[in-house]
Design a protein around this ligand. Sequence first.
Ligand SMILES: [Zn+2]
Length: 303
Amino acid sequence: MGKRKDRFLAGFLTGAGLITSLSLMVVLIFTFFSKPKKPAGVKGNNVIAPYYQDKNFTPPPNLEKNSTGEADIRNMAKMKIPIIMYHYVEYVKDIGDFIRKRLDITPDVFEKELKVLRESGYQTYFVKDIPDIIDGKIMYNSSRSAVLTFDDGYEDFYTVVFPLLKKYQTKATVYIVYDFINRKGFLSDKQIRELVDSDLVEIGSHAMDHISLKALPETVVRRQIVDSKNKLEERFGTRIKTIAYPFGSFDSKTVEIAKQASYSAAVSVISGVEQSEDNLYYLSRIRPGIFTPQNIIKVLEKF
Ligand SMILES: [Zn+2]
């Protein structure tokens, strides 16, 4: 009797042990393969969380929705104007910095992209040119054109991107967070002044302090959109004509305030290359980084 009991207990313990080990393995495998958690907002002093299309995103009334509930601009009169969205251009030193790595493109890959665009006869434009392109006031070849944008105003825009823009005579628009100017890792007054003086760079607003611009009191949104424009203009003596919504987050009120503030266009993170009068204040963008340098042309041609 006692022996049988012992055997039962031994069997039970082995079974329990097996189940525990298996559960542990499942948890370990899950942890290993699962993606890093989506961060929100600004982390630390000089790292900004990546863009995610907010799942609560409410498109303005004139944006249609497709069957998955996502904004869809495919049915509207449009022009193909690919706007490429970059963040960091650097060799990320901290291999554990997933945020930075996910937003990064290395300088050698970026240079190859500029080279291949140049060699393939691509023309580059500023975001501020887009209203005039759509109006037909600027000559434009839709099969050989691109607009390069850089969000957040990181210092590497000056140290890495700017020299390459000059080398390949390529234009780019950089979106600056007003309160981040002169912070460690971000552009300084002196650097921005030099960029402003260049024919190759358009300076745009990325709001005052990189907060999401939707579902907020109007006074808060106005400060972010209107004050950032006025302050940038005053500080750098240049017209600020376009804005990039932080996190790509906006709503109808955001768009209305951007129009009232006399911006001529705004960029979102809605994926796509087709632009029109209808989405001038939430222009679509595409995001490279995971593509090989040769593929940047294929990516642009694919749409
Ligand atoms: Zn940003």
